[in-house]
Design a protein around this ligand. Structure first.
Ligand code: GLN
Length: 501
């Protein structure tokens, strides 16, 4: 394993640039070099090399002139390709947004989270791979190939923010942004061995995030450690006049929370998340982590979340319903390929354009969502799912009356092989069982790496994620517990064997 400047925590990188210990250009070149060396991992759909170099040179010049730099000075950050960016195409890993093959749609504005990164003097290095329109748990449903686990290239990185997780896990960038609708930051973080945060509903502006299921979508950071993720979240969180659903509450002091005392915190352990279907080695790793929290002075308490088993069905009704509505705008008129039959625009738009547009998983979701919203089925599916969502929320409300955080596995299994269950959508949907309920309830959540599974004759060592959940807008508690856990569990053991270049 090679060591690199980029292995430093994000706050130290920014301090190093501000103090002149190294230049933003140095960090950007190192990141570009690593991205190039790790190209086969499929983490990036677009690398903004020239724009990143220009931004880095400007930062170094500003420092040389004695100007103060922001909290992310010179830090290379990768951004999921469902976030709009000015200096790169935005594809959502789909062909529907292309004007012609290879000619991606360019947004006329930055997503608010991206604009805030830039305002903090981060350097946006490129756009990362995802499942098409963020629909999936594997980063294999996109139009431009899969992202591969740096732990074992025959395995998935998780998804849908798999490219962002791989970028951080393989040390291509020290941080990244993803989006989490039903687990798409927490699950790839877990499967790739990095820390990923799903902020509370409304904590981060969704302006400029291409919508999948608006009542569930949240942008969240991925990084190697809690404090780095905390810094990224402090920068991107907060009210935004461009997103009326963003919360006006003040942003928490998430970095300071990493130093707060965890002793005495009550950690709820729901039996429903340790039942059938949980891989025994994942269970062993998560239970060892729970013992560690106890040894560090936290108390473990059983909690009941009886409606957990309705989570998958409820989510896949509501998320597909919202997706079918959100994706109706990609009708081939405003977006979509026009190159099929020049001179005959309408047949190009309504003929081959659509077929060349969406992949199979997105079509399945649109059909399912349209069905559950259609007259005659609306009450049977959509309305019932809204009721189930309320019951799931009540479960959490009751549990959080007794405990400060809830701890569970983030995923029932470690990363699966690329050739496992590719044609079985239901098997893939069940893999989300542990992340979906918190999304339905709008909670704050994160996944922090615990001990990887031991290597065996049939499986190499693979990362495992400990999921921590807190009530909405109580992100601080997550950072306090995650940082306490990191102090108990030395980071080097959690690096993939072939990180970086
Ligand atoms: N895996 C879930 C899905 O396929 C969640 C995806 C997400 O969070 N974007 O819908």
């Amino acid at each position: 394993m090679t060591t690199s400047l980029l292995d430093l925590p994000i706050g130290e990188l920014a301090e190093g640039v501000k103090g002149g210990r190294f230049g933003a250009e140095e960090l950007v070149e190192e990141s570009l070099r690593r991205i190039e060396a790790g190209r086969e991992l499929g983490a990036f759909l677009h690398v903004s090399a020239e724009a990143a170099r220009r931004a880095a040179r400007e930062l170094d010049a500003r420092r040389a002139r004695g100007e103060a730099l922001g909290p992310l000075a010179g830090v290379p950050v990768a951004v999921k390709d469902s976030l709009c960016t000015l200096d790169a195409p935005t594809t959502c890993a789909s062909r529907i947004l292309e004007r012609a093959p290879g000619d991606g749609w360019r947004s006329p504005y930055d997503a608010t989270a991206v604009a805030r990164l830039r305002a903090a003097d981060a350097v946006i290095i490129g756009k990362t791979n995802l499942d098409e329109f963020a629909m999936g748990s594997s980063t294999t449903t996109g139009a431009f190939g899969p992202a591969l686990s740096p732990w074992d290239r025959t395995r998935v990185a998780g998804g849908s923010s798999g490219g962002s997780a791989v970028s951080v896990a393989a040390g291509l960038t020290p941080g990244a942004l993803g989006s989490d609708t039903g687990g798409s930051v927490r699950q790839p973080a877990a499967l790739s061995g990095v820390l990923g945060v799903k902020p509370s509903a409304g904590r981060v502006s969704r302006y400029g995030l291409v919508a999948f299921a608006s009542s569930l979508d949240q942008i969240g950071p991925l990084a190697r450690d809690a404090r780095s993720a905390a810094l990224l979240l402090e920068v991107i969180a907060g009210a935004d006049p461009s997103d009326s659903t963003s919360a006006r509450r003040p942003v928490g002091r998430y970095q300071a929370a990493c130093d707060a005392e965890a002793r005495g915190l009550r950690v709820g352990v729901p039996a429903e998340y340790f039942a059938e279907g949980l891989d025994p080695l994942v269970r062993a790793s998560v239970e060892a982590a729970l013992k560690g929290l106890e040894a560090a002075g936290m108390t473990l308490e059983p909690v009941a979340l009886p409606h957990t088993r309705y989570g998958v069905a409820t989510y896949y009704v509501l998320a597909t319903a919202e997706a079918s509505s959100n994706l109706a705008r990609f009708d081939g008129v405003r977006f979509g390929r026009r190159d099929e039959r020049p001179g005959d625009e309408l047949s190009a738009l309504y003929g081959r354009t659509r077929a060349a547009g969406f992949g199979a998983e997105v079509k399945r979701r649109i059909l399912l969502g349209t069905y559950v919203l259609s007259a005659g089925y609306y009450d049977a599916y959509y309305v019932k799912a809204e009721r189930a969502r309320a019951l799931i929320q009540q479960d959490f409300d009751r549990a959080f009356a007794r405990v400060d955080v809830i701890a569970t596995p983030a995923s029932p299994t470690p990363a699966w092989r690329l050739d496992e269950h590719p044609d079985d959508p239901l098997a893939a949907y069940l893999a989300d069982a542990y992340t979906l309920p918190a999304s339905l309830a709008g909670l704050a959540g994160l996944s922090v790496p615990c001990e990887p599974t031991p290597a065996s004759a049939t499986r190499p060592a693979l990362p495992v994620g400990l999921q921590l959940l807190a009530p909405a807008f109580a992100e601080e508690r997550l950072f306090t517990v995650a940082a306490a856990w990191e102090r108990l569990s030395p980071a080097p053991r959690r690096r993939p064997p072939e990180a970086g270049g």
